[in-house]
Design a protein. Sequence first.
Lengths: 315, 309
Amino acid sequence: MLGYAVRRILWILPVLIAASIITFIVMHGAPGSPWSREGRPLDPHLVARLNEQLGLDRPLPLQYLSWLGRMLLGDFGLTATEAPRQVGSVVANSAWPSVQLGLMAFAVAVLVGVPLGIVAALRHRTIVDYAATGVAILGMAAPAFALGAILQILLTAREFGPPGFLPRHGWDSPQHWILPTVALAGLPLAQIARFTKASMLEVLHHDYIRTAHSKGLDARQVVTHHMIRNALVPLVTIAGPILAILLTGSIAVELIFDIPGLGQLYWYSIRYRDFGTVMGITVLYAGSIAILNALVDIGYGYIDPRLRDHVMEPA
Amino acid sequence: MLPVDRVDRRPHGRGYWADAFLRLRHSRSGMAGLIVVCTLALLGILGPLLAPWDYRVQDLDGVMANDARPLPPLSPGHLLGTDRLGRDLFSRTLDGAQVSMTVALVAQVVVLFIGVPIGAIAGWRGGRTETYLMRFTDVIYAFPDLLFVILITSAIVYTPLFRLMDGLLMVFLAIGLISWVSMARLVRAQVLSIKHREYVEAARALGVPDRQIVLRHVLPNAIGPIIVGVSVGVPMAILAESTLSFLGLGVQTPRASWGSLIEVGIRNAESAPWLIIPPMVALAIALAGFTLLGDGLRDAFDPKTSRRR
């Protein structure tokens, strides 16, 4: 088991390298360069100096290898901008708003989604189920960008509420956090609720639940000890996709609400061909998802011992 | 006692699919979803015939007569009004239906044809095969779906390759080639949990070839989750397409997507607030419809969960 866990974690490295190679090829294969400016070309001497400073004048494989070598030592290199800065510090500066937004949205999604799903399953085919499912359907029907757009138009208009209570743009105060969090939480919330409900219903009819009931166990105990514990296992598998939804949703939400986060940075870095920053953020995104997936796989063996024998057997 | 070969082996009652359809018909929300989806599919196919205007045509005379501002809803000839270029909003929303339905269909076909075999082989074979296949999917999975699509599409957004079919071709490829991964993982997990069940052991003990065990015993028992997976995948594909188009990386003008129409709506929220409503409503109805149908299908294909004690 331990051996499997170690191997699974070591596998993250090749995954990251493959991801960075794809990104490198896409970025350098794309037309344009960091120095193309519409109507305002940069001084050729400056371009030559910048290319030399950033190593962009060297052959591509060499560029990649030197980037990889430094990345493995924790140095993400310089941004491909007119005034090169450390990618690490640029990314770190933008990371906090995104992490905060993502965590708040995730918390809302789990804290509302899981109970919603459980209640819907326990009260299957009743008015409670229909209400809970209705909320989940609404969340499915309102992707982050659409929800963000409509919330922004409706709730920041002067006609509603005290003016300026819910600001239109920015990330400065808790008031700024409300709309983006709601916009981003909608879809994961709905997915978690739906998944929880399906999983609970699946468990509901297993023999061991009937046995637990017939043993005379307290209904509450059956629900908490037997049903929820078993029903939440599959939920772990959608942790990766949920994180991905949060990451990508945050691009649209950050652009709509002008939040100085990673999503916006990534977006503009691709636009302006800032190779260094794009590579850095890609590694960060891919790394966090790869780590999460590894943890899910390992955790799955602990939670569901039935899977341990064959999932965990040495590869 | 009857000799073994005289036993009536014909299945009694209805078949698996007929049974499932019957159960779907009993689910009110599932039928509502089915109706919505069929209506949207019809609108997607017949859109060009139903649309009062071509989605590209600019009614410049109408807009000029309105001081060069977009026409509001219920204007003569434009039920839902027009955008700033005088293009009929109703017709453009209809074109968006065609775009969304096409994306949904194409992406899921790609997902089924790549994801199911890879997941099944990985789960069944185990060992090295599984390791390599799953690490391969991990590499793709490690890219947040849309980020990868955004990376590729924004890198090539103004090139002739991207402009093929007004950006549709790239959207198909990008979404299809990314979203098979979750199907592969789902199928693998299913196969893993099924492959040690007694009926599989029994088939194996009887000497049934692996290929047949997977096709006859394992995958059919995983069909419920696979259908649920597809039913999650369809709205996800529509969502991905509309998000891309919202960001300006998907379907390109003059073609209309609900995502790009919403983007136009948010830009003109002050001067023409009605522009955002039709595409938003259409997108919500489509996503809700597919979701409801998916729920209905899940209940229909997995009677264990839908039977009420």
